[in-house]
Design a protein around this ligand. Structure first.
Ligand code: NAD
Length: 337
């Protein structure tokens, strides 16, 4: 079972699990994900979609042996727009999904985030670092929701014996990110492709470490297959300034591009780099996709999406019937789609 399975990471996870012959139940309310991400899986006999909100009651019939809990707004633009929904899915949603994992005797994987480290005072960030989060800053709706979800997951493990683990995911990029989700890479790529200046926040010297989606998914699944309790960092250890990321995207797009500096958001972390020693030791995991390769693949995907959008605009009658129009229902296991 994958919650948030119609999102960026969730849809890649569903796809990988199906590729390994595993049956998948995807739970999503399409709050920030899009039906287009999983439309190609509809009709696949081992794939079931349940459109529901996991902050409501969650029940699915039949056996479930693995629960991957990814449901949550994840990009700053989304969680700042959806503060209460983000806190609810991290708290109530996690509570319900943990309850289901316990009832089914399933292993539970919480998709946590490098944001639990906040604006870190330890660099790079290892799993032992407790973080530096402002509990009343604008980003706290996401950071604290995830910190609470980690605490809840740990409590289920310690007091109920539920088989849980926690993956702290660092910035991941790749096909199926939304061009308008506000994260640096999709924003830069969209701007480069449509001929807008790339909006770099501050002077662009703040750093990010990014990981290509295939590597992140391989890391999450390796942790799911292990018996490690976590938390385990999964992310790209190559750290680079945001301005350099923008310049690389301009170069790889093959188009003339320029950079425009805009104000940095409140509590934006200055540095971010995972210590991935634990993932290497426990899971034998390390990223393999080079930054330029991953960016080139992502740019190619965005280019194809822009072309499709232009075509669809020209011929609107050829668009598929929207899955988003499915009725929202309690998570009880019937399968519209
Ligand atoms: P996303 O927004 O693309 O996907 C999240 C999915 O959850 C969406 O499909 C959304 O509709 C669904 N969802 C939200 N609230 C829901 C609810 N109440 N009930 C059912 N479904 C709900 O985001 P993503 O980038 O794919 O992130 C997935 C997970 O990974 C999140 O938990 C996020 O915190 C974590 N994560 C992602 C990254 C990253 O770089 N992408 C980094 C760190 C952590």
């Amino acid at each position: 079972m994958v919650t948030g399975g119609a999102g960026f990471l969730g849809s890649h996870l569903c796809e990988q699990l199906l590729r390994h012959g595993i049956s998948v139940i995807c739970l999503d309310n399409f709050l920030t994900g899009t039906p287009a991400n999983i439309a190609h899986l509809i009709g696949e006999p081992r794939f079931r979609l349940i459109k529901c909100d996991v902050t409501d009651f969650v029940h699915v019939p039949g056996p479930v042996d693995l629960v991957l809990h990814l449901a949550s707004a994840a990009s700053p633009a989304d969680y700042l727009r959806l503060p209460i929904e983000t806190l609810k899915v991290g708290s109530l949603g996690t509570l319900h999904v943990l309850g289901l994992a316990g009832e089914k005797g399933a292993r539970f994987v919480l998709a946590s985030t490098s944001e639990v480290y906040g604006d870190p005072q330890q660099h790079p960030q290892s799993e032992q670092y407790w973080g530096n989060v402002n509990p009343v800053g604008p980003r706290s709706v996401y950071d604290e929701a995830k910190r609470y979800a980690e605490a809840l997951t740990t409590a289920y493990r310690m007091s109920r014996g539920t088989d849980t683990t926690i993956v702290r995911i660092f910035n991941t990029y790749g096909p199926r990110m939304r061009p308008d989700d506000g994260r640096a890479i999709p924003t830069f790529i969209r701007q480069a492709l449509v001929g807008e200046p790339l909006s770099v926040t501050g002077d662009g010297s703040q750093t990010r470490s990014v990981c290509y989606v295939d590597d992140t998914i391989r890391g999450i699944l390796a942790l799911a297959e292990s018996d490690a309790p976590g938390p385990v960092n999964i992310g790209g250890p190559l750290e680079l300034p945001v301005a350099e990321l923008a310049r690389t995207i301009i170069e790889l797009s093959g188009l003339p591009g320029s950079i425009r500096h805009i104000e940095r958001p409140v509590d934006d972390p200055r540095v971010r780099r995972p210590d991935t020693t634990l993932a290497q030791e426990l899971l034998g995991w390390e990223p393999t996709v080079q930054l330029r390769d991953g960016l080139a693949r992502t740019i190619a995907w965005f280019r194809s999406q822009l072309a499709t959008a232009t075509l669809a605009h020209a011929a609107p009658t050829r668009r598929p019937a929207p899955l988003a129009a499915l009725p929202l229902r309690p998570c009880q296991g019937d399968t519209p789609g």
